[in-house]
Design a protein around this ligand. Structure first.
Ligand code: AMP
Length: 511
């Protein structure tokens, strides 16, 4: 089946052809007709399946049938968890709409808000946004939703993981009740289904890969390793394999910096990408990696989320993730669009429980390899497959009302893009403390509730159920991982009209 039979018009087909796409991917074949029919869609699809075109193409088709967007208005809103993903989606929208008279724009935090406000003045047909910046823009009347026709929540699972649930609910409360909703998520956990209940109506459900299954085109293996030897071991693997483009995952930001430094010192060009880097540095690192100027990109999970590098040949887990599902997301960066990829993990004895968790989730014992000269002195015990079914996680019950300062994000880079400011933030760890988001959350809860939208009216008054806890990690926060820190207490600041509430958000990946 070609794209011709899906109901897309000539200008879009021309753009698809120019992209070099010949046949629709399975998600596209299913979602394009459903979206064109105006149905709500719930799709389980990982990055790499072609899901972006799956929702973008039919949205553009629909928007192009009826022209005209009023100043400051938006007709299709695509919400994504990270800046990189937002920028990538907008690139796709620009490419696919090149022969149409539609305007698109992307907004995220960490960059100046004024140029974004200026662009929005004319109105845009498609707005790609991260939730925090979108709320800021809305609070300054720079964006209006009464003309909104379609909402897309992309990577919904990651949005929940990153603590965006409150922002999402606030946004939903601002949107017209009559609209089309498309929900894309790598997995359909109970939490996602809970979110979906208040979002999609009688949706077409699409699943192109069984949840938590790893792509078949990825060759996976592990190298048992001593912790201290991992860096030279990786350098040797890169050298011997003559790997030219390697995405390496590090659990911590400092670890990413250290490893990139080590590789550079050993004449392997490398750049770190994580939430402590400025937006400029992140963009440059990604561009250099894509162009081949840098061979190795060392990324933390949050920074790497959604990075789309077609045909990425190598992914390396320098550390295993604490959350097994993250392994599936990580290796989803390789073996994309039918290409074969290689995912290797350097595993030390301390990581045995993470390894077992991953093998249980992916239902396989990973092949072990040994690198000559790097046989571990601290042996990694053999594993056997744990075939007990994994219980679905129950949504957490609310305990007692959370206090003013407790609904901060799990991440050191919280959903609003603020950085924890406290001197001792490294040690404040699990005492999840308030963030600007949390403080403002309450201020806006009232206005959201008073909006009285039937679908979401309740949500604004349910701070406890909104506090869907992030997935439990068995780490402590000392490692300064992207996902390990919680935000420290910050003083409440007035919700002033200038909107200049975020003085130091330049270095965060999310808005
Ligand atoms: P996505 O899952 O949306 O991040 O897309 C992954 C990659 O697949 C992107 O680089 C797209 O440009 C590419 N892609 C999307 N649809 C197709 C298609 N039908 N044929 C070939 N490549 C595609």
């Amino acid at each position: 089946m070609g794209f011709n039979s899906l109901g897309l018009s000539a200008p879009i087909l021309k753009a698809i052809e120019e992209q070099g796409y010949e046949t629709p991917s399975p998600i596209q074949a299913q979602s394009i007709p459903a979206v064109l029919e105006g149905k709500d869609v719930m799709a389980a699809a990982q990055t790499g399946t072609g899901k972006t075109a799956g929702f973008t193409l039919p949205i553009l088709e629909q928007l192009s049938q009826r022209q005209g967007v009023k100043g400051n208005h938006v007709r299709a809103l695509i919400l994504t968890p990270t800046r990189e993903l937002a920028a990538q989606i907008n690139d796709n929208v620009v490419n696919y709409s090149r022969h149409l008279r539609l305007r698109s724009h992307v907004v995220f935090g960490g960059v100046k808000i004024n140029p974004q406000m200026l662009t929005l003045r004319k109105g845009v047909d498609v707005l790609v946004a991260t939730p925090g910046r979108l709320l800021d823009l809305h609070s300054q009347n720079a964006v209006k939703f009464s003309q909104l026709e379609v909402l897309v929540l992309d990577e919904a699972d990651r949005m929940l993981d990153m603590g965006f649930i409150r922002d999402i609910k606030k946004i939903l409360a601002l949107l017209p009740a009559k609209r089309q909703n498309l929900l894309f998520s790598a997995t359909f956990s109970d939490e996602i289904r809970e979110l979906a209940k208040g979002l999609v109506n009688n949706p077409v459900e699409i699943s192109v890969a069984p949840a938590n299954s790893t792509a078949r085109t990825v060759e996976q293996s592990i190298y048992p390793a001593d912790k201290k030897k991992k860096a030279p071991m990786l350098a040797k693997l890169i050298d011997e394999g003559n790997w030219q483009q390697v995405l390496v995952f590090s659990r911590t930001k400092h670890g990413a910096n250290r490893l990139a430094r080590f590789l550079n010192e050993n004449k392997i060009t490398a750049a770190p990408i994580h939430g402590n880097k400025s937006q400029g540095a992140r963009t440059k690192a990604l561009a250099d990696f894509k162009s081949g100027a840098v061979r190795v990109l060392v990324a933390t999970d949050i920074a790497a989320r959604g990075i789309d590098i077609p045909q990425l040949p190598q992914v390396v887990n320098f550390d295993l993730p604490h959350v097994s599902e993250d392994y599936v997301h990580r290796i989803g960066r390789t073996g994309r669009a039918g290409e074969t990829g290689m995912a290797i993990s350097l595993v030390c004895a301390d990581e045995l429980s993470e390894l077992k968790g991953i093998e249980r989730l992916t239902k396989q014992v990973l092949t072990r390899k040994v690198l000559a000269g790097f046989e571990p002195t601290n042996a990694l015990p053999e594993t056997t497959l744990d075939t007990r079914p994994i219980k679905p996680k129950k949504p957490k019950k609310a305990k007692k009302p959370r206090t003013e300062h407790q609904d901060g994000q799990r991440s050191g880079e919280n959903a609003r893009g603020h950085k924890p400011q406290g001197k001792n933030r490294r040690h404040q760890g699990k005492q999840s403390q308030g963030t600007e988001q949390g403080n403002r959350g309450r201020a806006q809860t009232q206005s959201a509730a008073s909006n009285g939208k039937p679908r979401n009216a309740n949500s604004a008054n349910k701070p406890q159920s909104e506090n869907q806890k992030p997935r439990r990690r068995n780490n402590d926060s000392r490692n300064q991982s992207d996902a390990g820190n919680t935000a420290p207490r910050r003083p409440r600041r007035p919700n002033n009209q200038s909107g200049n509430r975020r003085p130091n958000n330049k270095q965060n990946p999310t808005s």
